[in-house]
Unconditional design. Structure first.
Length: 106
């Protein structure tokens, strides 16, 4: 993935999600649907720049965050607004479908 979608650690999580609309991608490197979603997230990050921040959390590197949000399937996308979870989406989807789901929160 390019640098449009930063990979977050436990330390960065709180400051990244506390303001505005934020989408986090909980992923695993061995997960093929996760790999397929990487370019979709890059495109959406560019397309929705200034409206939503998109970040990613590697499950294996940050198991505490995955446990905190009860992540049990990959990819899981958790949407935050002002630091609070407002929705989550599980599994791969097309860019158009994903964008449509996000637009209702913009």
């Amino acid at each position: 993935m390019a640098d449009n979608v930063p990979e977050l650690t436990n330390r960065e999580f709180e400051s990244f999600t506390k303001e505005g609309l934020v989408l986090l991608d909980f992923f695993a490197e061995w997960c093929m649907p996760c790999v397929m979603m990487a370019p979709v997230l890059e495109d959406l990050s560019e397309k929705l720049k200034g409206k939503i921040k998109i970040g990613k959390v590697n499950f294996e590197d940050n198991p505490q965050l995955a446990q905190k949000f009860s992540i049990s399937a990959f990819p899981t996308f958790v949407l935050f607004k002002e630091g609070k979870e407002v929705n989550r989406f599980i599994g791969a989807m097309s860019e158009d479908e994903f964008e449509e789901k996000l637009r209702e929160y913009l």
